[in-house]
Design a protein around this ligand. Sequence first.
Ligand code: EPU
Length: 417
Amino acid sequence: MDKFKVVGGTPLYGELPVSGSKNSALPALAACLLTEEPVTLLRIPQVKDIGTMESLLSHTGAAVNNQDGSVTVEARHLDCPEAPYDVVKTMRASSLVLGPLVARTGRARVSMPGGCAIGARPINLHVQALEHLGACIEQSHGYVEATAPDGLRGGEIHFDRITVTGTEDVLMAAVLARGETTITNAAREPEVQDLADLLTKMGAKIEGAGSSVIKITGVERLSGAEHAIIPDRIEAGTFLLAGAMSQGEVMVSNCTPEHVAALTVKMRQAGADVDDAGDAIRVRCNRRPRSVDVTTEEYPGFATDLQAQYLAWMTVAQGISFITETIFENRFMHAPELSRMGANIRIEGRQAIVAGEERLTGAQVIASDLRASASLVLAALVAQGESTIHRVYHMDRGYERIEEKLAAVGGRIQRIP
Ligand code: EPU
């Protein structure tokens, strides 16, 4: 298992380019199953979860060709419309193939994801919504089996709770259903909008994506298309925090400033200079931040996927901050590891109370999930002395060559195989 060795204390200076969004690329790849024609996706990040999704598409019978992040999928014959346990257990987003497979082939068999480090993560809302579209669903032996031999039909879907991949799964099913579908309380994340843009290029009829009400008029078939994935707003946010926390100055390039507005507002309040510059953001901070509270929310609120990295910054702030996590029930696994580096954090239910310290000290720490690993890297980059971060395979699931990007702006970080 690879680990990172990091020597802290060097401010970061220079440009940090952002890759394509992992959480946009995953549903886009699943959407390729909706047509027998080739779909080409550009700016696909080369991270582990993408490799897993590509293997899953191949397993169903699709031909997948990835040339340096430009991926063409041709799903002419789908002989095996299933997502087996071995794939789903390593990546919960595999449930994104449920909607497209049942819509296209009339059947799908997808292993149910278990819990993971950050929470229970059920898919009951995906299942209920597909039932509304006429799929017959049975759950046994750890699998969800959906059938719709005569195809799906449009319906009124209201999500009791906002779900990102749930909205995406059902959107993909509804584009091939007969008649009209309305989704209310839909997720408004930019990744949902990006998926709708791709589906529209493929011939789907969708209105309102990016708002909480999406209307879809089903079409008989979809065609091939070419589409470039949006920049990864979570990677962009992670880099902004890295620049500010290191007390340096970085230009985060190839990003969409609007997508990280909830973060940059907080960063300005905490004392960082943050300037939008078209498709880039410049951040500069030459002092400890002031403590500023955040509460995670669905988009356009403060992203749960940036909570761990923001919390890392607050461990060196002046004052006490309250960080409240409302999306996942167990997303403070980074707190005890940050405490090993000298952070002063108390967890009370869904809230972390962080008393800023003047400095952190390097230590051996273990990454528990993707975003927790990023928070440990940020902390290690400013801690006094050397840190070793174990289990960086979590990081490799979603960040493309992060150690190379950070080293290029002066970070003393090295991968040890
Ligand atoms: N939920 C249910 N039932 C469902 C679906 C969700 O109760 O059927 C609950 C979840 O347990 C959670 C809440 O609803 O408490 C929201 O979960 P959501 O479904 O929105 O999460 P997701 O779609 O599984 C995506 C991202 C996550 C990100 C969340 C929240 C992808 C592939 N994953 O997950 O990204 O944290 O939305 O924004 O898009 C990450 O990249 O590190 C990551 C975990």
